[in-house]
Design a protein around this ligand. Sequence first.
Ligand SMILES: Cc1cc2nc3c(=O)[nH]c(=O)nc-3n(C[C@H](O)[C@H](O)[C@H](O)COP(=O)(O)O)c2cc1C
Length: 410
Amino acid sequence: MTTKILNDYRLKWNNLELVPLVVGGMGVEISTAELALEIARLGGIGHISDALITDISDRKFKTQFVNKKKNLYKDNINNLDKSNVQFDIDDIYQATHLYVKDVMTKKNPNGMVFINCMEKLTMNNGRDTLSSRLNAAMDAGIDGITLSAGLHLNSINLIHNNPRFNEIKLGIVVSSSRALNLFIQKAKRYNRIPDFVVIEGPLAGGHLGFSIDSWQNSNLEDIFYEVKEYCANNNINTKLIVAGGIFTGQDAVHYLERGAAAVQVATRFTIAKECGLPYKVKQKYIQATIDDIEVNLTSPTGYPMRMLKNSPSIGGRMKPNCENLGYLLDRGKCAYIEEYEKAKHEYETQQIPFIVKNKTCLCTQMQLFQCYTCGHYTYRLKDTTHQLEDGSYYIPSAEEIFNDYLFGVN
Ligand SMILES: Cc1cc2nc3c(=O)[nH]c(=O)nc-3n(C[C@H](O)[C@H](O)[C@H](O)COP(=O)(O)O)c2cc1C
């Protein structure tokens, strides 16, 4: 019997026969437009992310959205209460539209590009900013939206009047059937069952949909069967995409044989040439050992996050930067601001070193590529490349990694 390979399968959507390999969203600018476009060219599904969209737009298109906001709120910099620091909703729309339009005009029609939209980016006005982000992406021609980092119970309401509501592929990332059920109950009101569900297990990179105590006792395969059964019992016809620790083509085949429509991966592509991480950081990811990786609670979102222990974002003392960015502000607050003030007070009164240990200024640290978030199997990356004469590691192209998934037999 010949071993099956990922390339033996196809994901049929509309009139396309896609390679069932999705490269997941990696904010901020880790899953770049270049990476997403390359994945689409190869016949798969790539993701861009709208995290820090004003900053991305400024970098790529020389807009001035971040400066404009900073100037407007500069008098608030020393104020702990950030309630009045609001995004201009029209700027969010424009920045998203510019970015998505640019990507979609360059996209090869053989594949698809989706946008990853995290609800936890509450942007001090969750409803209006999310509405602007989602509708701008749809208006600019995105193929699909992957809702993540939150339950997204009101997201469908924000887009159901968009003329492309039924045209785009709409999906959600969940880590349990319970979370999916909550979303489905809302979605049913708009007669819009998600086209796909990404079932993300505890070995994924970025934020985890588990508590800090429960991730170690959970496993992807169990959650996959749980969600599959939930869908079957409730007549929910949607494509199941499995994510978190799918490190080889054979890992992917394992799930496709059991009824998954595709797999979503990320960690293997963090070291791709087209990935946005700086070269030096890619080298650190490749060098990492299992002991260098941890799941911690330094993200102000409250979700556990996996990262390298030597991530410069841990134990920094960056001044809160909400007047510039402020993507995690919720009703004027962010857990980082509170920790920062506590550390500052201890430093001034008790002469304790001024280090914010427990939380990180995630917007700024992600903007600077100083939060080395990664998947559990990052320590295996060194097995996927080779060392060069100067001791550094070879950086593969996205195509090389893609083909390794497609044709890999071990
Ligand atoms: C560096 C990195 C950043 C990530 N950022 C995001 C993100 O911004 N939003 C999101 O929904 N998922 C994010 N993820 C999760 C991936 O999209 C994906 O579902 C998951 O990591 C797949 O597992 P794997 O990394 O083991 O292949 C991130 C993953 C990595 C490795």
